[in-house]
Design a protein around this ligand. Structure first.
Ligand code: AMP
Ligand code: MG
Length: 345
């Protein structure tokens, strides 16, 4: 059985850090989602992450450090990287840097670049500091499932597969870090997340979003971030995303409910919306609110036995882009664009 350690348990945290250092797998809270950590210097420990998650071996991992200086041992921290780290970290940002020697190939799936993140969550930083080694950590879910945003969700996927989970309550951001690749000619966002494109452009105006982020990948798709091609974030239920004005989306969702009355339907709706004869969970007002509870809600709908989950969309731009990216992937790009939206084009 996997051990649960309270974040406030100083002795427990020290033991978890020691276990991590020795090569055990320990899940821990960050401000984005829960990470599944292993000592990034030990190839065997890292192999355990791929096994516990059922993660394809060509999907590289993000290496977590407590401060920039720690990354300099294995990554080339360029002037541009330093600017990004200075502005946005500790925080929900991952930077892809040229890789130096010292980190086993299994961490980067053989790439000559490496993903580095400095989390803001106090417990995460304390754990990394106590372990005294860089920590490789993907999200602590079984591959393909919604990322865990609390310790119960970690245990739902990982109980018996990992040594322990540090319980720090619910994650504040709720979706993963923004990944910026600065190894090419211009910086590119490979995954939008807790930091928005607009925020990054204030520092690096030439930064753009990778063009494939909100589109269904073609069969021949060769993404820059290997993980982009895999199924992601999907609950058991079928997810359908809706796009359009609030009124048109509402009408379309209501139509769907009426025409599929035999199905157990869940609606993930703004605070102001309600639908009859459905399981409704509310996500709030802003895209930030939605990010915070999206993955939790997808898991919740599964527990409630929903067969289909219909989602009202967040605002466009900013965090709305990050949430859409997760939502579209969870939906396997099943998106209903309402007629009004079509007319506006
Ligand atoms: P996860 O660990 O599930 O949060 O996903 C990490 C993401 O970072 C995946 O999409 C990886 O493909 C991506 N990633 C990690 N390392 C690199 C790298 N060196 N170059 C490009 N993408 C990377
Ligand atoms: Mg993940």
């Amino acid at each position: 059985m996997t051990k649960r350690i309270a974040a406030a348990d100083t002795k427990g945290l020290a033991e978890a850090a020691e276990k991590l250092r020795q090569g055990e797998l320990v899940a821990f809270p960050t401000e984005t989602v829960y990470g599944l950590g292993a000592n990034a210097l030990l190839a065997n420990a890292v192999a355990g992450i791929y096994e516990a998650k059922g993660r394809p071996s060509d999907n590289p991992l993000i290496v977590h450090v407590a401060q920039v200086g720690q990354a300099e041992a294995f990554a080339e921290v360029t002037a541009q990287a330093r600017q990004l780290f200075d502005c946005f970290t500790p925080g929900p940002l991952t930077v892809i840097l040229p890789k130096k020697e010292g980190i086993p190939d299994i961490v980067t799936a053989g790439l000559d670049s490496i993903a580095v993140r400095i989390p803001e969550h106090e417990t995460a930083r304390e754990l990394i500091q106590l372990a005294g080694v860089p920590i490789a950590a993907p999200s602590a879910n079984r591959s393909g499932s919604p990322s865990p945003t609390d310790a119960d969700s970690v245990l739902q996927d990982m109980d018996g597969r990992i040594w322990g989970v540090v319980d720090g309550g619910r994650c504040q951001v709720g979706i993963e870090s923004t990944i910026v690749d600065i190894t090419g000619e211009n910086p590119v966002i490979l995954r939008p997340g807790g930091i928005t494109l607009e925020q990054i452009q204030e520092i690096l105006p030439e930064c753009t979003l990778d063009t494939g982020l909100l589109k269904k990948p073609e069969e021949s798709f060769q993404p820059k971030a290997p993980g982009m091609k895999y199924k992601h974030y999907a609950p058991q239920a079928q997810v359908i995303a809706f796009e359009g004005t609030a009124a048109a989306v509402r009408q379309e969702i209501q139509r769907y409910i009426v025409t599929h009355s035999e199905k157990k339907i869940g609606v993930f709706a703004k605070n102001s919306s309600s639908y009859e004869n459905t399981l409704t969970l509310h996500w709030g007002e802003t895209a930030q609110d939605m990010a915070k509870c999206l993955f939790h809600a997808l898991r919740q709908f599964d527990k409630l036995g929903a067969e289909v989950i219909l989602c009202e969309p967040p605002e466009t731009g900013g965090m709305g882009t990050s949430v859409r990216n997760r939502l579209y992937k969870a939906a396997g790009f099943h998106i209903i664009h309402t007629e009004e939206r079509e007319k506006q084009k």
